[in-house]
Design a protein around this ligand. Structure first.
Ligand SMILES: O=C(O)C(=O)C[C@]1(C(=O)O)C=C[C@@H](O)C=C1
Length: 416
């Protein structure tokens, strides 16, 4: 996945393949066995993908530039960026002396600093998720697209960007859990980015307590996991009577990997059964979520919206802000109630562009953005009428997506 491959120190073949793909607006030459110079041509006629590639190159160029600073400081690697005749030109050179840190030959998550390779091979859908292999988000990607190529990303934002710059075709991101509540970060990112919700996945989440082989419950003094997973198991862990501190890490499977890589015999991870398999851990306890029907809801994001239909149940997600000084929430909710449109979710978030309104007399009011999901397709007249009405009361309204509902029958034994 990376042009600069930190494990082998060689230039990734996929970058050469990409740079060789006709119509992408990129040219390249190998200036030395370990150096690849890629040039972004403004005049290339690459069709729909050309602009995306150019923005990809711009991102790459700036990331490579910052990597250059870092690598000079740390391991002497060099990466050059220049603008030549208005074209962005950049060299990829392996970072010297980089060695494999993990004993597991699994894909390393994308991070902002290494957006670089965009494989365009075959027709397999590339689905970005946050976390490392074994994360529940990876399972959600597999449920949505069973034959996809899952692309691990180290942050939610990276998954959004991976789709925007065509490294991935879709992103699958958690938005709420039946026990832990909303994943606020993703609500904020939905607004900041221009991707469309094209589907949802509801995934039963069954947590396990994992530790190194041979470690017993009484050895555990620390439990690490994703904050959502810690909160979903809070009561069960307390009831187990473990005298262990709890620490938040980026994702559940990452916690398992961390224990294995660092041979931590006093630490347990809350993660999936698949993470135990992947990272060679044993299961101390399973089904430790506080409710057996624990479910996380994920949204599927794409660059293009889908055409809403009426031949199957659809959901629509919107975000809106109120007119200054008016209280519109009741009116908005009535627009749906009068048309018998069921609301499935409402979430308020700070209006970050304008968080405070100072009223006459000095009182400060917090400003909010409201996210609403309702059970109707934008192809239905009642939904269109409801939104036309909502638009009258609001200063800002955006449809985040109209998409098929996940109607998978729920079975308590469905394990992830
Ligand atoms: O850490 C993971 O495995 C994730 O996929 C993230 C996440 C989340 O953000 O809620 C997804 C599902 C579970 O609810 C716990 C964690």
């Amino acid at each position: 996945m990376q042009s600069i491959n930190p494990l082998s120190g060689s230039i990734d073949k996929s970058l050469v393949r990409i740079a060789s793909t006709p119509g992408l607006g990129l040219t390249h030459h190998r200036s030395s066995p370990s150096r690849l110079t890629v040039k972004c041509l403004d005049s290339a006629n690459g069709g729909r993908t050309r602009h995306e590639w150019q923005s990809c190159c711009a991102v790459l160029a700036s990331k490579v530039a910052s990597q250059q600073q870092d690598s000079k400081k740390t391991d002497g690697g060099s990466t050059g960026v220049a603008t030549v005749n208005g074209h962005q030109t950049f060299d990829f050179v392996p970072i010297n002396g980089a060695v494999a840190k993990s004993p597991f030959a699994l894909p390393k998550p994308l991070s902002i600093s290494d957006f670089s390779a965009v494989p365009l091979h075959g027709s397999q859908l590339r689905v970005a998720y946050q976390g490392v292999p074994g994360a529940y988000s990876e399972a959600a990607a597999g449920k949505a697209y069973p034959n996809c190529e899952p692309i691990p990303c180290d942050q939610f934002e990276v998954a959004f960007q991976a789709v925007e710059i065509w490294i991935a075709d879709r992103a699958v991101l958690p938005v709420e859990n039946s026990l832990g509540g909303s994943i606020h970060r993703n609500y904020d990112l939905l607004l900041r980015h221009r991707l469309h919700i094209v589907g949802e996945v509801q995934l039963p989440v069954h947590h396990c307590l994992l530790a190194l082989p041979g470690v017993r419950m009484e050895h555990i003094t620390r439990i690490i996991s994703h904050p959502q997973a810690l909160s979903q198991c809070e009561n069960t862990i307390t009831k187990m009577g473990l005298n262990a501190s709890r620490e938040a890490v980026d994702d559940t499977a990452g916690a398992a990997e961390y224990i294995a890589t660092n041979n931590l015999r006093n630490t347990a991870a809350i993660a999936s059964a698949r993470a135990a398999e992947l990272y060679g851990l044993q299961t101390l306890a399973k089904g430790i979520q506080d409710d057996s029907s624990n479910v996380t809801r994920f949204v599927i994001l794409s660059r293009e919206p889908i055409i809403p239909r009426i031949d199957r149940p659809f959901k629509t997600s919107i975000v809106f802000a109120q007119e200054k000084g008016t209280n519109i929430l009741f009116k908005v909710l009535s627009s749906f109630a009068f048309r018998n449109i069921n609301l499935t979710k409402i979430e308020s978030r700070p209006h970050r562009n304008q968080p405070i309104r100072v009223e006459d007399g000095g009182a400060k009011q917090f400003e909010y953005l409201f996210y609403v999901d309702f059970e109707a397709s934008m192809a239905e007249e009642r939904a269109q009428n409801a939104l036309a009405e909502v638009e009258e009361f609001t200063s800002f309204l955006r449809v985040l997506g109209s998409y098929p509902m996940d109607m998978t029958p729920w079975r308590p034994d469905m394990e992830e």
